[in-house]
Design a protein around this ligand. Structure first.
Ligand code: PMP
Length: 286
């Protein structure tokens, strides 16, 4: 079955979908994106993802390419046309096409691309059973990583380095030694006395939607949460560590820079958060 993409008002064959060479997303990374999980035929946390899209667009003074209700309809239609029951929706909005100039163009319509793809839930479940390894890298990104911009070169380089080291994710570490977040995920630990710790999202990290919903899940499960920074040493000595994102959900971390976390096996808190996530997240039939 051919994949279908939505590009600036049209549903087109994915293999032939294209944007103009002077799209500002292509030339300046002048755009933002969202990735939503599709699980068991539902779009997960669409409201929170579109709220964050709205914030990212406002921070960059980019207009919505269509109104929000229309965007929701297109998202559902892209999922339907690609027959995705389990997978992802990717949505990107850029400032649009204009002759190359640093200044914002006048009267340019934002560009929008929406794609969907299937992901095998069994493969993800298997990865969660085994856990993943992470490496640490010095933070080298700009200080507006709270905006979900398509400018992801440091993340690309960090994740490539992780891959070459046999790991799945790279954690950016601040100059003060605290863990910020992963290249495409938020970072968490569970302390020896059972507290769930993750960095506050006010500044310096992306406020992950999965992170926000996991905080709801933690409250429902009666877990104690501490929103504070933690060091790499604290993470290595923790009872558990895990990452979160719409693509991985709560995913246990079993090694950091080659050192095992606890006994080197996925922790029970991460796995129970993962289990309870779907029931507590907002779901909309796709
Ligand atoms: N931090 C970064 C840098 C990310 O790219 C992502 C994934 N897009 C996340 C955190 C997790 O966000 P979410 O839970 O919304 O997928």
């Amino acid at each position: 079955m051919p994949r279908i993409a939505y590009v600036n008002g049209r549903y087109v064959a994915h293999a032939e979908a294209s944007v103009h060479i002077e799209d500002r997303g292509y030339q300046f990374a002048d755009g933002v994106y969202e990735v939503c999980e599709v699980a068991r035929g539902y779009i997960v946390d669409m409201k929170r993802h579109l709220d964050r899209l709205d914030r990212s667009l406002r921070e960059l003074s980019i207009a919505w390419p269509m109104n929000r209700a229309a965007m929701e309809i297109v998202i559902v239609e892209v999922i339907r046309r690609n027959r995705v029951k389990n997978g992802l929706v990717y949505l990107q909005v850029t400032r649009g096409v204009a002759s190359r100039d640093f200044l914002f163009p006048a009267d340019t319509r934002p560009s929008v691309v929406i794609t969907a793809k299937k992901v095998d839930p069994a493969a993800l479940a298997k990865r969660a059973e085994n856990g993943i390894k992470v490496i640490t890298v010095p933070e080298n990104r700009w200080d507006r990583v709270d905006i979900k911009s398509v400018g992801l070169l440091p993340n690309v380089l960090a994740k490539q380095k992780a891959n070459e080291a046999g790991a799945h994710e790279a954690w950016f570490v601040d100059a003060d030694g605290t863990v910020k977040e992963g290249g495409s995920s938020n970072a968490w630990i569970v302390t020896g006395d059972g507290a769930l710790v993750t960095r506050p999202a006010e500044h310096g990290i992306l406020r992950g939607i999965t992170r926000t919903t996991l905080l709801d899940v933690a409250a429902k499960l009666g877990l104690r949460v501490e929103e504070r920074g933690f060091t790499v040493a604290e993470a290595k000595a923790a009872r558990e560590a895990f990452i979160s994102s719409a693509t991985t959900l709560a995913m246990p971390v079993v090694a950091i820079d080659g050192d095992p976390v606890a006994n080197g096996h996925p922790g029970s808190v991460a796995l129970s958060l993962r289990q309870a996530f779907f029931d507590i997240a907002e779901k909309r039939p796709a």
